[in-house]
Design a binder for this molecule. Structure first.
Ligand SMILES: O=C(O)[C@@H](CO)OP(=O)(O)O
Length: 249
């Protein structure tokens, strides 16, 4: 038995538009982002996909993208499970900063290391920073020791994987069709794991907003095939645009 998995990055957010490091900051979608989410729903509907369950983070840009896609698919009844482990990678002290300005200040190379290296985290957010997840009521039920003040992709994968194994993988093993609507880097972590991407190769992987990435998996959840829905060249171009966001002007 094999399941189908679709990974969907949220549509354009306000801080994607403003080119600011976002991480765990809970910014909303823009009108363009809402349109991207609906377009993703139409692509999924055109493939005849019917989801058994959908997973998302506790950040509104992913939650609303999921709602809009399911509405467009006329599948608003699908069970939705939100979990903090699917949140974006925590961007530490870079959250809120302009990406190109940060590159102008620290150099393109340093910012590329912070954005895309596998195991180098950005500078840590101070524990008494009012923006730290410790002060956010949505995480109040959690052991404070699991709440990050910064994360590399490796640390992001470490906190996504337990949720993958406990909640998502069993549904796929049961042959269900599963939608995960999340974020650029929490999805890069999953892609690294599913495709077995090497540490030095994942640095070149970028996930575009609002374009569904479909996986067909075998009974052991090995990848049989995967690819973006719609126009492959458009997906490639959109991924390149993400890569280029932090070049100093
Ligand atoms: O700011 C962020 O949280 C992420 C995703 O938008 O950005 P980047 O692509 O630079 O990792």
């Amino acid at each position: 038995m094999s399941g189908q998995l679709v990974l969907l990055r949220h549509g354009q957010s306000q801080w994607n538009l403003e080119n600011r490091f976002t991480g765990w900051v809970d910014v909303d979608l823009t009108d363009t982002g809402r349109a991207e989410a609906r377009a993703a729903g139409r692509m999924l509907a055109a493939e005849g996909l019917r989801f058994d369950i959908a997973f998302t983070s506790v950040l509104q840009r992913a939650i609303k993208t999921l709602w809009l896609a399911l509405e467009e698919m006329e599948q608003p009844w699908v069970d939705v499970v939100r979990h903090w482990r699917l949140n974006e990678r925590h961007y530490g002290g870079l959250q809120g900063l302009d990406k190109a300005e940060t590159a102008a200040r620290h150099g393109d190379e340093q910012v590329h290391v912070w954005r895309r290296s596998y195991d180098v985290p950005p500078p840590e957010m101070a524990a008494d920073d009012p923006g730290h997840p410790h002060f956010d009521p949505r995480y109040a039920h959690l052991d404070a020791r699991v709440l990050p003040g910064t994360e590399s992709l490796a640390l992001t994968l470490d906190r996504v994987l337990p949720y993958w194994h406990d909640a998502i993988a069993p549904r796929l093993k049961a042959g269900e069709t599963v939608l995960v609507t999340a974020h650029g880097n929490s999805l890069r972590a999953l892609v690294k794991y599913l495709d077995g991407v090497a540490d030095d190769v994942i640095t070149g992987v970028n996930i575009p907003t609002g374009i569904p990435l479909r996986y067909r998996l075998d009974g052991n959840l090995n990848v049989v095939e995967s690819g973006y829905l719609g126009d492959a060249a458009a997906a490639e171009q959109a991924a390149q645009a993400v890569a280029d966001q932090a070049r100093a002007k």
